[in-house]
Design a protein around this ligand. Sequence first.
Ligand code: G6P
Length: 616
Amino acid sequence: MCGIVGAIAQRDVTAILVEGLRRLEYRGYDSTGLALAQPGGDLALWRTVGKVARLAEKIKANPGEGVLGVAHSRWATHGGVTEANAHPHVSENRIALIHNGIIENYLEIRESLRGKGYVFHSETDTEVVTHLIHDFVKQGHDLTDAVKLAVKQLTGAYAIVVFDAQQPDRIVVARIASPLVIGFGNGENFVASDVQALLPVTRSFIFLEEGDVADVRRDSVTVFDARGRVVERKRHESSLSADAVERGEYAHYMLKEIHEQPQAIADTLEGRIANDRVLPNIFGVDADALLQRVRHVQIVACGTSYHGGLVARYWCEALAGIPCSVEIASEYRYRDVVVPKDSLFVTISQSGETADTLAALSQAKKLGYLGTFAICNVPESSLVRESDLVLMTRAGPEIGVASTKANTTQLAALALLMLELARINGLPAERLRELVAELTSLPRVVDAALKTEPEVRKLAERFVPKQSAIFLGRGTYWPVALEGALKLKEISYIHAEGYPAGELKHGPLALVDAEMPVVAVAPNDHLLEKLKSNLAEVRARGGELFVFADANADIDAHQLGVHEAHGALVKLDSGGNFIAPAVLTVPLQLLAYHVAVLRGTDVDQPRNLAKSVTVE
Ligand code: G6P
């Protein structure tokens, strides 16, 4: 989703801005642009469709310098992917503006500006804001006041960054519902949509709040709240490493992130389990009293994070004996929800900036939940700041758009929460000890699961010519099947659907023929026999089976009717039924990855998708 970077310094900021955009590439985008204030009140502008590297070439071909500038990577919402629609947008060669979000009332403002003689060169909502600010500046307001006046007219979600080449002492920014951070340097200051962009130049940040406008100068930053009062926002020192986003020896970030899972899970569990139990207060100081009262859990999330929630529902009801509902955030936020008594609202999000999840959280806060609990990977995110209790996953920056290590660390974090609820609700100590021991083994078992890669790479070849695939699982492995299908469709562009295996007869079986690969996750549990019957139904229709089964599951290739040229059975240690959903996710990630590589797609930045969906 769109990326924002801005800088005001004593040195040329071009390289800082380009590097900032490069570090935001993982968010997903389709065009880029950069503008610099020039001596004499002019501005220099470069824009291009495509990647940041192309923008960098364009700047190299026609170089410019400036101590004040802004840069943007755009993910099209209003208007197609064209150079004219790329940001920065410019008004009368002096105001340059970049924007994330959506201005809902842009059409009416555009009409009124047209009436004043403004000519529009793009189809975007952003250009409207640019001219609107210019109009106020022309009336004699300084840039900061012009922005304050302009945002009063806007409805929608936005993070805006603007400069006036004729007032080159400042960048002015404003935000509603889209993230914006200010980074502090030595005699220079920066702005961005995400701290990642600025880690090479600073570690010191403030996060703007809803309705804030800030006047950012080389040696000072003044923040005004929604009512126009000067306010201090708390400074944070980021602990993220600037190198964590390097790809190293791996061909893609996604592959690197798949292989980082044992460490990421170990980091997520570290210091949180000891002496066979989940340590008290890992969820925050007041958590214990609150968790004691929980009688229902409502989980809300999007995409892969939603799949994590679906697994946790099984754990919550089976281990803690507490009813649990899981819902997609974009549905939850617009529904008339009935909240059961003593219900805990749990959000799951890698980025902590997903617009629907944040909106669901803000909706939930009005509905009388006991409290809000976030499982999140980004400490500086809006979700973390806005939730009562937080459990951080410690996956480190995830750059590949298709989520991998964020997912398995979410499962580890959810397991901690559910074990704690289980303890509070009287799960026998002996059983709890066994489960904690199983969870502790997760990094090691995931590490072993990665060893299936050569085998999985080989069978990926069989998927290359396919148009579609079905993924099956039962119980906690149904969400695993959903996640496997999502991974495959996201990055290989093969149509894939995940189904609870019991639903096969109610529709998907009609699609099964010799051309249709059916992927199944077969654990060693009480549902294995039922799953085997479902797989027999697939074989009877000539479907090609690819089965990932626990090493001890009573299932063999002959029984399944798979052989060298037709399907495959991959057996691996899934580590016990509690942690097996996380373990069996791993070969499915590897499958999607290798199919995508063989099909030659853009694995880390698949078409039309964004890492962090900060607009609706
Ligand atoms: C996008 C990403 C997915 C992610 C989803 C939810 O669709 O491409 O990988 O699962 O957003 O994001 P979140 O940051 O809230 O987990």
